[in-house]
Design a protein around this ligand. Structure first.
Ligand SMILES: Cc1cc2nc3c(=O)[nH]c(=O)nc-3n(C[C@H](O)[C@H](O)[C@H](O)COP(=O)(O)OP(=O)(O)OC[C@H]3O[C@@H](n4cnc5c(N)ncnc54)[C@H](O)[C@@H]3O)c2cc1C
Length: 502
C-alpha cells in the first residue's frame, strides 16, 4: 500500500514527517547480502566477459574513474561525454533524459532487456514532492505526467465489515506502463539511444567504454553484484508474500482491507491508477472532474465502474502455504485472490501481468558508486511497497544525479555529491518503510482492535503520520479516535493514553 502523498520534505509515507524514525527493523528470513557476487569484481575500467555492446576492450583505461569527467583542464569536456544506462525502468529512463537534455552533444545509451511494452506491475504512486522535482528538472515530462495522474484524498480501512475513512492525505498515481511510455517518448525526442530487447554489456565493459555508467538495473542489479566487494550490498528478505495485480474498476480511495480466513489473515492494498472512461455518466466519474466525493457522500460500494486499480494481496508466508498459494500458477493465484476479496472487488476478476508471489527484499549498499559506475533506484536501495516510494526514490535519484553531474565537472565529485544528497533521504524512507512492513507482518496481532482504533494504528504505522499530524489532516477522524480513548477533544497528543500519543 503506498502511503498517502507526503507534502513535506523527504516524506514518502502518509503525511508530513514529524514522527520519530523507528530505526532499521530486524532482519527476518534469509539475509543474502553482502557478497551476493556473481562474477569477479575486476574494478571499473577493466574488461572481462564478452563485449556485447558498443566499443571494444582494446583501449581500456584500467583505473577507477577511467574516462571520467574528472578532466577539467583547458579544452576538456565538462562532464561525461559518453553515458551508459543499464535498465530502462523509471530511474534509468529519467536519468538518461536529464543527462541528454543537460548536454545535447552527450551520447547517452539505455539498454533494456525487455520490449517497450513489456513491463511488470500496474499503478505507482508519486508524491507532490517528487512531481515538484520533476517539474523543476524537466517541465515537459511534468506536463505529460500531470495530464495522466489520478488524484484522490481518502483512505478506506475495511475491517470486520466496517469501513473507516480518513481524509486529507493526497495521492497521485498512474500506470507504470504509461509512465514508461512517457519517458520513452521524452528520451527519443531528446536523442537518447534506446536499445530495447538488449541485455546490457557486462559492467566492466561498460565502465571501460563509457565516461559514466548509470546502473539502474533494479532490485536484482547485476552491476551491483559484479562490484559487490565494493558496494557491499545487504539484502534482507521479509516474512510476507505478495502479488501485484489489477482490477478493472477505479476505487475512489486508497483501500486497505483484511480477510480473516481459515488459513490466517490476508490483506489487500488497492488504489486507482487510471481514469474512468470519458463516456461514463458524470455521476460515476468523479475522478475525471478531479473532485473526490467526501467520505459521507461516497457510496458504500467500491467505486467507479471503469478505470483501473492496482491490487496487491499480501500475507505471512505460513498463511500463504496453508492456503495452498505455493501450488498455484499466476492465473490460479489471481482467481483465488479475487474470490477471497470478492466483496471489495465487486465480484470482478483480477488481472495479472508477469505477476508472481514474491517476498519483499530490502536492499541497502555501503557505497553507491565505484569509479565511473553509480547505482540509482532499486539497484541502490528498496523501500517496502506499503509506503509507495520505490518509483519516487528512483526518479528523485535521477534528478539528483543529473544535477550533481551538471554542477561538478569532476565525476568523482559529482558522484560524491549525489550520494551525499540522497543517502539521508533514502535511509529515512527505508526506516519508515521498515516500520510499515513490520506492522503488516504482525497484522494478526492488530486485528482484534476496534475498527477505528485499528484504522488509527494502520495510518500511523510508519511513524510518518503522527497523531498530531493526523489531526491536521483529518480533525473529525482524530477527534473520534480521541473520544474512543476517553480524551476530551483537542487533548494534546502527549496527554492522550499510551498508544494514542505520537
Ligand atoms: C508490489 C509493488 C508495488 C509497488 N508500488 C509502488 C508505488 O505505488 N509507488 C512507487 O513509487 N513504487 C512502487 N513500487 C516500486 C517500484 O516498482 C520500483 O521501486 C521502481 O520500479 C524502481 O525503479 P528502477 O528504475 O530503479 O528499477 P526497475 O523499475 O526495476 O527497472 C529496472 C530495469 O532494468 C532492466 N534490466 C535489468 N538488468 C538489465 C540488463 N542487464 N540489461 C538490460 N536491462 C536490464 C529491467 O528489465 C528493468 O526494466 C512497487 C513495487 C512493488 C513490487
Amino acid at each position: 500500500m503506498p502511503g498517502p502523498d507526503p507534502r513535506s520534505d523527504a516524506d514518502t509515507g502518509p503525511g508530513t514527517c514529524s514522527g520519530a524514525d523507528t530505526g532499521p527493523g530486524t532482519c527476518s528470513g534469509a539475509d543474502t547480502g553482502p557478497g551476493t557476487c556473481s562474477g569477479a569484481d575486476t574494478g571499473p575500467g577493466t574488461c572481462s566477459g564478452a563485449d556485447t555492446g558498443p566499443g571494444t576492450c582494446s583501449d581500456v583505461d584500467t583505473g577507477p574513474g577511467a574516462r571520467s569527467g574528472a578532466d577539467t583542464g583547458p579544452g576538456a569536456r565538462s562532464g561525461p561525454a559518453r553515458v551508459a544506462v543499464v535498465g530502462g525502468g523509471p530511474g534509468g529512463l529519467y536519468a538518461a533524459a536529464l543527462l541528454k537534455r543537460q548536454d545535447p552533444a552527450r551520447e547517452v545509451t539505455v539498454w533494456e532487456r525487455n520490449a517497450p511494452s513489456d513491463t511488470f506491475g500496474f499503478g505507482v504512486v508519486l508524491s507532490d514532492e517528487t512531481l515538484g522535482g520533476i517539474r523543476d528538472a524537466d517541465p515537459v515530462v511534468y506536463e505529460a505526467l500531470s495530464r495522466e495522474l489520478v488524484r484522490w484524498d481518502d483512505i478506506d480501512v475495511v475491517h470486520r465489515g466496517h469501513r473507516t475513512t480518513s481524509t486529507g492525505h493526497g495521492f497521485a498515481a498512474l500506470g507504470r506502463r504509461r509512465l514508461l511510455e512517457l519517458l520513452h517518448a521524452r528520451c527519443a525526442e531528446l536523442g537518447v539511444r534506446l536499445r530495447f530487447r538488449t541485455e546490457a554489456p557486462p559492467p566492466a565493459v561498460l565502465a571501460a567504454t563509457h565516461d559514466l555508467v548509470v546502473a539502474a538495473d533494479g532490485v536484482h542489479s547485476r552491476t551491483r553484484e559484479a562490484h559487490a566487494a565494493h558496494f557491499r550490498p545487504r539484502i534482507t528478505t521479509h516474512r510476507c508474500r505478495y502479488i501485484w495485480l489489477a482490477v478493472d474498476l477505479a476505487f475512489e480511495a486508497f483501500r486497505f482491507e483484511i480477510a480473516e480466513t481459515e488459513h490466517g489473515v490476508m490483506q489487500l492494498h488497492a488504489y486507482p491508477f487510471s481514469r474512468p472512461s470519458p463516456d461514463l455518466p458524470q455521476a460515476l466519474d468523479s475522478a475525471r472532474t478531479g473532485e473526490t466525493p467526501s467520505p459521507s457522500t461516497r457510496p458504500p460500494g467500491p467505486q467507479n465502474q471503469s478505470g483501473s486499480s492496482t491490487v496487491i494481496v499480501e500475507m505471512r508466508e505460513e498463511v500463504w502455504r496453508a492456503a495452498g498459494f505455493h501450488e498455484l500458477d499466476e492465473a490460479e493465484s489471481a482467481a483465488r485472490c479475487a474470490k477471497v476479496f470478492a466483496e471489495a472487488l465487486g465480484g470482478r476478476e483480477l488481472r495479472s501481468n508477469h505477476s508472481a508471489w514474491t517476498a519483499f527484499r530490502t536492499v541497502t549498499n555501503a557505497r553507491w558508486s565505484y569509479g565511473n559506475t553509480v547505482l540509482i533506484g532499486d539497484a541502490a536501495h528498496t523501500a517496502h511497497f506499503s509506503i509507495g516510494s520505490g518509483t519516487k526514490l528512483a526518479v528523485e535519484d535521477a534528478v539528483a544525479l543529473a544535477a550533481a553531474v551538471g554542477a561538478h565537472p569532476a565525476l568523482d565529485e559529482a558522484l560524491t555529491a549525489y550520494e551525499t544528497e540522497r543517502r539521508p533521504v533514502v535511509e529515512s524512507t527505508q526506516r519508515a518503510a521498515d516500520a510499515s512492513l513490520r506492522w503488516f507482518e504482525e497484522l494478526a496481532g492488530h486485528v482484534d482492535r476496534p475498527p477505528r482504533r485499528f484504522a488509527f494504528d494502520l495510518l500511523t504505522r510508519s511513524r510518518r503520520v503522527t497523531h498530531a499530524n493526523l489531526r491536521l489532516r483529518d480533525p473529525a477522524f482524530t477527534a473520534a479516535v480521541e473520544e474512543d480513548f476517553g480524551c476530551p477533544p483537542g487533548t494534546p497528543p502527549m496527554f492522550t493514553p499510551s498508544g494514542c500519543a505520537d
